[in-house]
Design a protein around this ligand. Structure first.
Ligand SMILES: [Zn+2]
Length: 157
């Protein structure tokens, strides 16, 4: 009894959809490019957007510490690398690292020159063993600069 009525409903649905679909083939074929765009390009675009978002979410965390702010040391007239005072650098790589960095990505200990007295020490040590000047962060370095011109800065200017 129930299955019979379901059959009835089903066949009426089929009939209804048949009357609905059959005369509209031309319109449907006309819609195919749009359906293709929605069905094919849509997922591709959303996949690209997803992978781009994933890449964007991952990249800053990995790269921000070293890559974007590292730069090759400037060379003096006689071809020797010149390192700005107060900024960590790797003498082997001849690369200047952002303030606050203590190690290169390969694990090498970075060094930096004291902006006050010019003494080179390991970047991991916060204060100068010679003059006692302490700095590790960018704002501190900036506020200390007017006190005494950095030896490297004078050469670069
Ligand atoms: Zn010093």
């Amino acid at each position: 009894m129930i299955s019979q009525s379901i059959d009835k409903i089903w066949s009426s649905i089929l009939q209804f959809s048949a009357t609905f679909v059959t005369p509209d083939w031309g319109a449907l074929i006309g819609l195919l490019p749009i359906l293709l765009v929605i069905g094919v390009v849509g997922p591709i675009v959303s996949l690209l957007a997803l992978s781009w978002l994933r890449y964007g979410a991952k990249r800053p965390r990995r790269g921000a510490k070293f890559a974007p702010e590292t730069r090759a040391a400037a060379l003096s007239a006689d071809g020797n690398p010149v390192y700005p005072a107060g900024e960590p650098y790797s003498p082997r790589e001849r690369v200047v690292y952002p303030s606050g960095a203590t190690r290169s990505p390969s694990g090498e200990e970075l060094v930096l020159a004291c902006p006050k007295c010019g003494l080179v020490r390991a970047a991991v040590i916060a204060s100068c063993g010679n003059c006692g000047l302490s700095f590790t962060l960018k704002p501190t370095t900036r506020s200390l600069r007017p006190v005494g011109p950095p030896p490297g800065g004078a050469a670069a200017a």
